[in-house]
Design a protein around this ligand. Sequence first.
Ligand code: GLC
Ligand code: CA
Length: 560
Amino acid sequence: MSTEQLEQRWWHDAVVYQIYPRSFNDVNGDGIGDIPGIIEKLDYIQGLGANVIWLSPVYKSPMDDNGYDISGYREIAPEFGTMADMEVLLKEADRRGIKIVMDLVVNHTSDEHPWFIESKSSKDNPKRDWYIWKDPKEDGSEPNNWESFFKPKAWTLDEATGQYYLHLFSNKQPDLNWANPEVREAIYDMMHFWLKKGLGGFRMDVINMIGKPSDFPDATIFDSGVAGWEHWSNNLLAHQYLREMHEKVLKHYDVLTVGETPFTTTLDGRYYSHPARNEISMIFQFEHVSIDREEHNAVKKDFDLVQYKEIMSRWQEDLYQKGWNSLYWSNHDQPRTVSRYGSDSPEYRVISAKMLGTVLHMMSGTPYIYQGEEIGMTNKHFNNIEEFNDLMAKFHYQKMLQRGISDEDAIAFLNDFSRDHARVPVQWDNSEHAGFTTGTPWLPVNQNYADINAEQAINDESSIYHHYRQLIALRKSDEFGKVIVYGDHTLLDPQDSEVYAYIRSIDGKSLLTIANFSSQTVQRTYPYSVKQIVINNYPGSLSSIHNIELKPYQALVIEI
Ligand code: GLC
Ligand code: CA
């Protein structure tokens, strides 16, 4: 395979570390993570080898959705720090060769954003059309039957003006009207403001939802997703707006852009990320994080490795030379990787976390590591609904009870999938509150911090942290960087339901990854000869992969 067709970009071999600021590191003791806390840990991230940080929102916000509801795009939330802190962060990161990517949340603002306050004030306010206002139906009901991710309906009535406004998320997150060119210009302006400060790019929140059809038709699909999604996800208008954004903003900077895009196929993925289309660098697809649950019916399903392999290989192959993949196991909206896909038992936590990291990091695309994943942080147990914090958990809980699901089953479902798991503070050391804060953490820490913490991981050569460091170093190495970043991808034995094996190849160099997803020892044969073992999450060496015994959660990377 050749790389000729794809112009090389700096973010092709980048590794991104995601920070959820509220839960990362608190230096002033108010129990909330902050920007000075991030600055304090830059050496830690540099030590890991990541060269990009994606910062979940730090803008001014009433925090209905922990910052994904922005009330001031050019201001920093006081609980996170000041603009001066942000500038120090950019400078200190730059000094360490790390770029900062900020979250761009522009499908909606907070209802406390001055734009919305004006828009709501009267029907003839000049900003009325900056949001999506519609008259009720004749019987006074909502303009259409769309649902919201965080509320039963996507419309809320404003009594004073007698119209409904649209919100795909909470009623405190009104959707901006992207059809209005003034809105788009205001957003582009704000993007320039940040990019001129030296930002490395943007992660674009639910960016595939910005294009709404002008006639707002009723939803017709009710058995999956949030009713209405067939109209507002990946609408052609979203692509048109992104191309305009590229022309007016992005092309003037050499930046990484990643769009969060639920309900997306590989064809959509090519539309967003093919370089010739001038939209964005890459997207976050959701297929692989949707197979172990039926969100709609609150049902947990067994993780099916055959299906997982099919999805990942399809993305690897369909975007090869025709776009760019992002690679992730987890983020601030997903449960903890090792609890979900590996085993968080004391026996297998470390080994299975290393296996999972290996499988992802040997693929083509840009890997994203979610804070705490590199030390194998696990899900936390929540006893009752009061212990959950996230507005989505509370909404889903109500919805489940209304549908006749018992309290016990609803809590069990949330214990598997709540976004709170990811938001439990990072475990830094074995001091009180895991070293996250000297005060009272906004969300209590997981009690397993005595064993699972960053200090322990750094001091232990055989830790998950050092394994991740090795994976990142390989991607950046002269010896294997090219094949990991640009090689083609071949899945072996698609029907094998225990072992994930694939080959990456370029210019006559090939790497075979073999990963046992089961807690059993299994026997396999691969018809290749071993040039060298590059990674093995078990001690010991081997010289042949004919008839090998793969131990529980064993992962190997082999040059063949
Ligand atoms: C995205 C974010 C999520 C947020 C939602 C609304 O899905 O990742 O955390 O709640 O958008 O902004
Ligand atoms: Ca703080």
